[in-house]
Design a protein around this ligand. Sequence first.
Ligand code: ZN
Length: 245
Amino acid sequence: MLGGLIMHWAWLLILFVLMAGSLFTMLIIVGFLFFLLGEWLFASPDYWNKRLQGNLPDDHNKILIYFISVLPEPVIKSVNIARVGDDEDCFKNEPFRVGFFRTIHNPFSFMGITSTVIRIVDIRKSSLRARPDTIWHEYAHSYHNLLDETKSDFTSRWGKMGSGVISDYARRNGLYEDVAEYVANFYLAITGYSSLFDYFWWHRLVWRVKLESCSQKLVLLKDYGFIVESDYKKFLLKHPEFKTE
Ligand SMILES: [Zn+2]
């Protein structure tokens, strides 16, 4: 009789442990799904921008020119060749790639008088309308490359900035992607699209990003010509939280 009762309690205990265990696992899974949902909603501008394409021209080269024209003159001029297409060799083996920046050696460079590299930007045609940030991202790479080539101290100064990474992509891929992500999101913000700056609180919360470092990075972009003064002011009207003293 007593043995049977102990067995009975033992089974109940095992059942309880199993249930508590699966409940805990479920909580972890649900928590993780919420985390992924948050990353998707608040850390990626794609979701919001799909609805915000406006009245763009039909011709893809005109769209390209339209989006390039918001950039400062030196940034635009840093690119020697800009192309739109899905057939370019750089996209053939990378189905998820939306833009590409590369440099090739300039065979006509002469004793440092002309540039030693030719800068090429490729944009996937199908992502042209929904992802203008791709264009600004690749143009930022190009101008950054020009600064490096002219022995600017921009890269070392950016490297000394604290934790102020705004995108998950930049967080995983280092300094050059960080700069390009800042520039791309800056121009999303001032042209009326939603940008990662709108969801900065999410990065502060999850990745412990500092507002101060982020604000200083924006000043650096302005000082080195990625951004013109008037656009910087326009940005601060929309995002006064990034003002520096
Ligand atoms: Zn990039």
